[in-house]
Ligand binder design. Structure first.
Ligand SMILES: N[C@@H](CCC(=O)N[C@@H](CS)C(=O)NCC(=O)O)C(=O)O
Length: 331
């Protein structure tokens, strides 16, 4: 039996490239299969949900959802370890992965579909990859259809006229904070990638391929270099310890994770629990309103479980307290 995993994915899917980079880092034999009309039938044989990435194991089992995929493969291929051995750092890395997956996705999705130049770029690339054989006339119609469908779906991640300035301010600040974190190191936690790198990178890499967000990322040379490095990441040395990371990591945790993402995530989860159609939350002095997102309530519950499962939180709690993350995680 072959030992090759198959990853059904797409270059414009942040969660797909996240999983692909993980497989590359671990050196696990895999085949990247672009999800297209031609591969759709094979995809449907294994997928329970109409979502990429889908990983098909050598034994023929289909697995979905990037975080559980990585956790499951990690248990089977523990070397090189994805997470720092220090449980405090490992938790912070998991928290930043969750931030990347859920909040970073707002950055990416909003910028991709907010302006005509980005809409045309992404819709055109999607049409060409999903249906490679299109004639030029067919291409125009298909790209137009994708553009219309996606522009009408931005509300799904909470992008609206009201929230657009908040998302864009968060992205610009996030880019500056990541640039600072990467000033003296190749990856977010040191000289090798951690789970946090993969989650944040999937979104930032995708944003970098779009004209408007790409220009912002390219204005930060260390971040842009990390974006390229993460396409095929390598262990170049060890993880650092917390004191050497803190000066630039705490502002990222405080300004983006504590002040924005976790407050938003807790309000979203409350709205789901109450069965509300819409919710509003004050984020950094500005009102944010949107329809609740179901998946995110589940992923918040999972990161809370990871927090609860820690035996010793005596080092972690003061960091979470200082950065405004503790109350939501303890809830
Ligand atoms: N939580 C999931 C999210 C997966 C997801 O939302 N995938 C998107 C693309 S990024 C998708 O497949 N959308 C439907 C489609 O492209 O047909 C994960 O981490 O894998």
């Amino acid at each position: 039996m072959s030992d090759v995993y198959r990853i059904f994915g797409a270059e414009l899917s942040p969660y797909s490239v996240k999983v692909r980079s993980y497989f590359r880092y671990k050196g696990i034999p895999h085949e990247w299969i672009v999800r297209s009309q031609a591969t759709q039938q094979e995809f449907q044989k294994y997928a329970k949900l109409p979502l990429v990435p889908l990983v098909v194991t050598p034994g023929g089992e289909g697995i979905q959802d990037s975080t559980p995929i990585i956790e499951r493969i990690e248990a089977q291929y523990p070397e090189p370890a994805l997470q720092p051995a220090d449980p405090t750092l490992a938790f912070l890395s998991a928290l930043l992965e969750e931030f990347g997956d859920e909040w970073g996705n707002k950055w990416m999705f909003h910028y991709r579909w907010a302006r005509e130049v980005d809409q045309d770029s992404a819709a055109g690339r999607l049409a060409r990859t999903m249906m490679p054989g299109l004639s030029d006339e067919q291409y125009v119609g298909i790209a137009q259809g994708i553009k219309q469908r996606m522009v009408n779906r931005v509300w799904f991640v909470g992008s609206s006229e009201q929230t657009a300035p908040q998302i864009e301010a968060s992205f610009r600040d996030g880019v500056a904070l990541l640039e600072a974190q990467l000033a003296n190191r190749a990856y977010l936690f040191g000289a090798r990638p951690a789970l946090a790198d993969f989650g944040i990178w999937g979104q930032v890499y995708n944003a970098w391929t779009d004209p408007t967000a790409g220009e912002i990322v390219n204005g930060s040379p260390r971040l842009a270099a990390w974006v390229e490095r993460m396409l095929d990441p390598k262990a170049e040395g060890d993880f650092e310890d917390y004191p050497s990371l803190a000066a630039t990591l705490e502002p990222l945790l405080e300004r983006q994770v504590g002040r924005l993402f976790l407050r938003w995530s807790a309000a979203n989860a409350r709205a789901i629990a109450d069965g509300s159609e819409e919710f509003s939350v004050e984020l950094d002095g500005r009102t944010w309103s949107q329809k609740p997102q179901k998946y995110h309530a589940r992923s918040l519950a999972q990161i809370r479980q990871k927090y609860q499962a820690l035996d010793d939180r005596s080092t972690l709690d003061p960091i979470l307290e200082r950065t405004g993350c503790l109350a939501v995680l303890r809830d």
